[in-house]
Design a protein around this ligand. Sequence first.
Ligand SMILES: [Fe+2]
Ligand SMILES: [Fe+2]
Length: 375
Amino acid sequence: MKALRDWIHKEKPLDRHDRERWLQYLSVTKEDRKTIVAMKDDFAPHIDEFVADFCGHLLKQKETSVFIMDTDVIKRLKPSVKKYWTQLLKGNYGSGYFNDRLKAAHTHERIGVGPGWYIGAYTRCFQFATDRIFLKYPDKPEQAQQAIAAFTKVFFLDMSIAMEAYAYKTHDRLKTAELETIYRLSRAAEYRDDQTGNHIMRLGHYSAVVARNMNMKGDEVEDIFAAAPMHDIGKIGVPDSILLKPDKLTPEEFEKIKAHPIIGGLILSTPESRLLQKAQEIALSHHERYDGTGYPHRLHSDEIPLSGKIIGVCDVFDALTTKRPYKPAFSNDEALTEIKKGEGSHFDPQVSGAFFKGVDEILSIQKRFQEETAY
Ligand SMILES: [Fe+2]
Ligand SMILES: [Fe+2]
């Protein structure tokens, strides 16, 4: 399952657009930055005090004391809290600042610090900041107010970045659960003629290569990758005697095989999930042919969904290069010649073109997921 996890687990990076969006939401202006920088010398001599107080506070809390008891954690925590204040007081909220906040939030989330506690920690920072501000401006309420407003914005900025990281992790876990469930169910459906699960894994990866070469957008490519394993889920409704028959099928038996896209379409019929809708589209259309001679609906060229055309060409390549009860495996060259022969009749030439464009990548995926690599 490593390949599936590699695909999903990407810590969401923040790009320039994200950074600007947050700075705009919170109206962090040049004036705010200047106001914060002007407080630098008032904060710097007291940061150690804050760190000691903050770590003491962590030790008193049930939730955080569990990990803070570890002396290594304390050792790492003190310089990182100090670094936080130093960065904050520089007033430069660029990519370095954002990425450090994001990294810290991912670490906190990973070690089990809840979001509620996180917000509590910023309240502590806010208290420290207001104490210093009132000491600097005891008789200048306007300046004090301006400084409080500037620090409030930046603390909210930090909390927002952190909460986004927490929300992303939750989303990531749900997505992983969804994809793993889909993959496991697809494996169950394929188990009779592919016990390793490698066919559906290869197919997902091949299809993603072709989809990318067709200039599909990132999330469309991900949907194709995730939905591909379900293409033959309807085979669950085809008897073993037909599916595993080593001899040539009779016309009646072949009619039963030809029902699997419709059965898959029924199994995957749901108005709720975008991914399952894509899977249904693929299940229904992966045996259609560009010249209109495919099944189940004899769709023609542009009537066939692109996802079905992509899975169609990848599925044929994988079926040809794999040993089946009724046939030996073709060599890659033989299989590629077959695909070439089918251009314009079986396959949409644009889709097979995108397949050939990615052939090196496809062959390295094939190597990675050999039949004997059971997992
Ligand atoms: Fe199929
Ligand atoms: Fe297949």
